[in-house]
Design a protein around this ligand. Structure first.
Ligand code: SF4
Ligand code: SF4
Length: 89
């Protein structure tokens, strides 16, 4: 892979990550969750993401790192980042 392409991909990844960090929260699609708990198991700060999925509620804890581990690990594609409206005018 060329350096230019690598840099472009990295920049795209960082832009997405930055967007998630500034205004995103993890949102579950409740109907798809099978309650396996893999998301909670991999959360580095111990947020019970599985419970959020069970209740169909976004991960609203202010200490969520928006690291994306839970989103990436869910085998059912239940979790996604969504921009929260907290910063919207
Ligand atoms: S990893 Fe996905 S399917 Fe499993 S409990 Fe978490 S949200 Fe539900
Ligand atoms: S984004 Fe990271 S810190 Fe936030 S709930 Fe998911 S795994 Fe935990």
């Amino acid at each position: 892979m060329s350096l230019k392409r690598t840099l472009r991909r990295w920049f795209r990844y960082e832009t997405k990550r930055h967007e998630a960090l500034v205004g995103g929260q993890v949102v579950p699609d409740q109907a798809r969750c099978v309650q396996c708990g893999i998301c909670s198991y991999h959360c580095p700060i111990g947020i019970d993401v599985r419970r959020h999925a069970w209740l169909g509620e976004p991960v609203a804890e202010s200490y969520c790192l928006t690291c994306g581990e839970c989103v990436a690990r869910c085998p059912r594609g239940v979790l996604r980042f969504e921009r929260s409206n907290l910063m919207a005018s």
